[in-house]
Write a protein that binds this ligand. Sequence first.
Ligand code: NAP
Length: 237
Amino acid sequence: MIIFGSNGRLGRSLSKEFPEALTPSHSEVDITDKVSVSSYMEAHVPDVVFQGAAWVDVRGCETDHAKAWEFNVEGTRNVVDAAEKANRECYFVFPSTACVFHGDRGDYVETDTPNPINFYGVTKMMAEMIVTRMKNHLIMRTDFVERAKWRYEGAFTDRYSTSVFADTLSKGIKKMISEKRTGLLHLTGKSKISHYNLARITTPEVKKMKLADVDIPLPRDQSMKSVKGGDFLEVEY
Ligand SMILES: NC(=O)c1ccc[n+]([C@@H]2O[C@H](COP(=O)([O-])OP(=O)(O)OC[C@H]3O[C@@H](n4cnc5c(N)ncnc54)[C@H](OP(=O)(O)O)[C@@H]3O)[C@@H](O)[C@H]2O)c1
């Protein structure tokens, strides 16, 4: 198994669940470098690939479309191309996001039509399409935060999701991979929670913010549900 993006928030936690996996760092394998990805996979032919490397900075993606496209779309295409060449049968897992949805109503299920309102969501939606080329693919749309101090000074009281902690998610991903689920699945928490209430679990002093305080398009209600059996998480709230 190869985990791309292993130094990230999800990658670090997922790598603990798969201690035997290969975990190339960004400097070892840059997914925007086709040759680098393909030589790595020729040398380490994978039976499972977790393509979690991405540029997840929503504000950055909004201001630098070219970089967002290069990292999230072309980068994922390079990983798919290399995996297809190295082992067409390999199981290809791709974490996607609730940001593929508009965020005007929430409770999105797998059969709802994506309609992203920011460029990060556009790039992940396009990458999903590329991943479907792999015969044995699993696209899991999710939402998570680290079980750690909230990354920002404030958190939105009027933005909702069904986010879970990265460690809870990683355990669910492990179960799902062991069952070799394929297709498209929403892997999320059971309760719709505001970002402010989510932040307060680890950071009681976090300040209140409103979506109107920022100038980037963020989905207001990006809560998701699964109608395809994405019930793999042991959530605690
Ligand atoms: N955070 C969420 O709520 C959320 C929700 C749904 C889906 N996802 C998806 O889950 C995955 C992980 O997200 P995260 O929040 O854990 O992000 P993160 O902490 O920013 O981690 C991203 C990882 O990707 C690596 N990376 C970035 N560009 C790369 C490149 N060109 N080549 C190789 N590696 C590269 C980064 O390495 P460096 O740090 O060394 O650059 C880092 O290890 C992403 O695919 C994201 O779209 C996230």
